[in-house]
Design a protein around this ligand. Structure first.
Ligand code: NBP
Length: 482
């Protein structure tokens, strides 16, 4: 038997280390390399001890230790590091060898790299990986795209490493070029949406319902019994956790500013490029931006902050009674379901448009299947979403035969939650945007007739009419006689 390795892995940070151990545990031999060599020592002396893993201290050594055609996977920081590693690998690789970028690369970078490598005869795959540290080790959701033949050659490794559901491993070839990284980007966009919605529901629970974290945790955990959503599950766990450094709950001592690495923003940017509205996801990105300007918020809130501060005397008067609180709590459950469905609907609409524009030829039922386990947005809901796309081509996910009636049935509760929050001045942008998305799409008439007229008024952009074909212009004012 050859002592050569099945896979070479570059980048021994959180994802790399765990993914290597996962692949090795499935019976493959892996060679590893990291730019900073003490991380190789550390890994080899601790987590890799006794395993079929070879530590390599140069890229030459790594490449020489691989079975041909060589399969080299990168799990390094997205951006310039990926180009730097690829440039160092090029002189060492032969035609037909395969490079797999498993990081969160921007899809346009993936297309650029694939094009460059194709000219050299090196095959390229861009693969999204979701599931964080735990998923990388125990089974992530893998979203590969690029050279189809190359995928077939690494398929066995990916299938063994991926999370497993009754419908098979959470991996599948998604399409050419940057299809895999695009799907991962949108996965993260949806993730932003679901996280923002969950945070807004938590905010209502603490500021309007005045619940303790432990009690909120109980509600999230109960709601999650039938939903099996990873993000709801961890929300309940987070809310229960005591702080080790104080007497408080940990959630109460964590600073209220959220960072972001880019995939949410990229989803919104490309949605705008493609002319696809993703308001709930956009609101989630904006929420993080607004949370980050803490100094500005603190200054303004000193004068204007606090629920109902702009309506003095109302605070006590309008405090909800127990019955109203119970009703609101029930509404929150429906509102969260609704918001989450809209976040998925927006993401899937974006994928539909991108598939068309970039020629990915995505199978949305397969995308939903791959997201069913291993990833951050996994939830039972994805089984239903998968069935929708197996059975029909819905004009919108929320309007599919499976979700249409159910969604309409939740709307009164959503309006109740939005109204209550707005009334006391609590910002819930993701849920409000989700509701606006729904209301915009169910409106027979939009107010864009006025916008057409305004554009024609100041810019002679012309307008279309309801009653006649063609384009029209009105001389709204006689500019020569003003
Ligand atoms: P990081 O994104 O923190 O990257 C650290 C790794 O990149 C280290 O191995 C580092 O080597 C290497 N690196 C850098 Br930085 N610059 C380099 C260069 N110029 N040449 C070679 N190597 C370089 O690691 P991560 O959190 O494990 O994530 C890896 C990828 O997976 C990223 O694209 C990330 O966005 C994506 N991802 C992460 C998660 C997660 O939960 N963390 C989840 C899903 C996807 P060094 O040790 O020498 O500095």
């Amino acid at each position: 038997m050859s002592d050569k390795c099945d896979l070479g892995l570059i980048g021994l940070a959180v994802m790399g280390q765990n993914f290597v151990l996962n692949v090795e545990s499935s019976g493959f031999k892996v060679a590893v390399y990291n730019r900073t060599s003490n991380k190789i020592d550390e890994f080899m002396e601790r987590r890799a001890v006794g395993k079929n893993i070879r530590g390599c201290y140069t890229l030459e050594e790594l490449v020489d230790s691989l079975i041909r055609p060589r399969k080299v996977m990168l799990l390094v920081k997205a951006g310039d590091p990926v180009d730097a590693v690829i440039d160092s690998l090029i002189p060492l690789l032969d035609r037909e060898d395969i490079i797999i970028d498993g990081g969160n690369s921007h899809f346009r970078d993936t297309d650029r790299r694939a094009e460059k490598l194709e000219k050299l005869g090196i095959r390229y795959l861009g693969s999204g990986i979701s599931g964080g540290e735990y998923g990388a080790l125990h089974g992530p959701s893998l979203m590969p795209g690029g050279d189809r033949q190359a995928y077939q050659e690494i398929e066995e490794i990916f299938r063994e490493a991926a999370a497993e559901t009754l419908e098979g491993p959470c991996v599948g070839y998604l399409g050419p070029g940057s299809a895999g990284h695009y799907v991962k980007m949108v996965h993260n966009g949806i993730e932003y949406g679901v996280m923002a919605l969950t945070a807004e529901i938590y905010d209502i629970m603490r500021k309007i319902l005045e619940l303790e974290p432990e009690v909120m945790a109980g509600h999230f955990a109960r709601w999650n019994e039938s939903r099996d959503s990873y993000l709801l599950e961890i929300t309940a766990e987070i809310l229960r956790r005591d702080d080790e450094k104080s007497e408080e709950k940990l959630i109460d001592v964590i600073l209220d500013t959220a960072a972001q690495k880019g995939t949410g923003k990229w989803s919104v940017q490309d949605a705008l490029e493609l002319g696809i509205a993703v308001p709930c996801i956009t609101a989630a990105v904006n929420s993080r931006l607004l949370s980050a300007v803490r100094d500005e918020r603190l200054k303004i809130s000193r004068e204007l902050g606090g629920l109902k501060k702009d309506r003095p005397g109302q605070q006590e008067k309008d405090r909800l009674g127990q019955q109203e609180k119970d009703r609101l709590l029930d509404s929150l459950e429906d509102a969260l379901d609704f918001g989450i469905l809209i976040a998925y609907a927006e993401g899937l609409k974006l994928l539909e448009a991108a598939s068309e524009e970039y020629g990915y030829d995505l199978d949305l039922a397969e995308v939903a299947r791959i997201w069913q386990d291993g990833c951050i947005i996994r939830a039972n809901l994805l089984q239903e979403i998968r069935q929708v796309y197996q059975e029909e081509e819905p004009v919108n996910l929320f309007f599919s035969s499976r979700f249409r009636v159910e969604t309409a049935g939740k709307i009164a509760a959503v309006r109740d939650v939005v109204r209550t929050a707005k009334d006391v001045g609590l910002a819930i942008p993701a849920l409000t945007s989700a509701l606006d998305y729904y209301d915009s799409l169910r409106a027979e008439e939009s107010p864009a007739n006025l916008i057409q007229a305004q554009r024609d008024y100041f810019g002679a952009h012309t307008y279309q009419r309801k009653d006649k074909e063609g384009v029209f212009h009105t001389e709204w004012q006689d500019i020569h006689n003003i």
